[in-house]
Write a protein that binds this ligand. Structure first.
Ligand code: AR6
Length: 187
């Protein structure tokens, strides 16, 4: 496991299934409709049970959740207090400022987690599955957004974990954390 400290908070990279890793907040890679789906979204609803979708049905905004936004629900049977359902962008070749939307999905999730009093937050690699965002680019956006949040709000969170599903994702995030760490002293 790779670990890095930013403003007194830990960023950890690990391989695994995010539904099995305890955290105060688990972040989901959702769609704007907040209706569930495959990938990590499917895994979270399966492991968390029906209460999460019932709550989404109550709180779902009329026009859905915009790309780059997020909503919070309880965590049902997951080893967490809350799930943040974040909506990352679909990769369209980088022509539509997908990087800003991806950064916004991470930033909004961190703001919501801190507002709920979370100390630990775990993320999957948002947008790099069905939404086809290139892994290496996504890893830089994810890690630099988390590091900027931790620096701007020291003490707001104690730990941010990235729970990566396969070796390719783990390697991409390790490489990005390595580069960011060398560039800035800390990412
Ligand atoms: N734990 C951690 N990571 C996982 C898990 C898991 N259990 N399962 C898959 N991943 P994706 P997206 C990884 O497709 O690209 C859904 O249908 C996966 O290997 O889940 O943001 C939603 O409903 C990949 O690296 O999310 C949306 O419609 C990463 O999670 C759409 O897909 C993200 O892949 C969102 O697409």
């Amino acid at each position: 496991m790779m670990e890095h400290t930013v403003a007194g908070a830990r960023i950890r990279l690990m391989k695994g299934d995010i539904t099995k890793v305890p955290a105060d907040v688990i972040v989901n890679a959702a769609n704007s409709e907040l209706i569930g789906g495959g990938g990590v979204d499917g895994a979270i609803h399966r492991a968390g049970g029906p209460s999460i979708m019932l709550e989404l049905n109550r709180i779902r905004p009329k026009d859905g959740c915009p790309t780059g936004g997020a909503v919070v629900t309880g965590a049902g049977d997951l080893p967490a207090k809350f799930v943040v359902h974040a909506v990352g962008p679909v990769w369209e070749g980088g022509r539509f400022q997908e990087d800003l939307d991806l950064a916004s999905a991470y930033k909004t999730s961190l703001d919501l987690a801190a507002a709920k009093g979370a100390r630990t937050v775990s993320f999957p690699s948002i947008s790099t599955g069905a939404y086809r965002y290139p892994l290496a680019k996504a890893a830089f956006v994810a890690l630099s957004t988390v590091a900027a949040f931790l620096r701007s709000r020291p003490g707001a969170l104690a730990e941010v974990d990235f729970v990566l599903f396969d070796d390719a994702a783990l390697r991409a995030y390790e490489a990005a954390l390595d580069v960011l760490g060398r560039e800035g002293g800390a990412p």
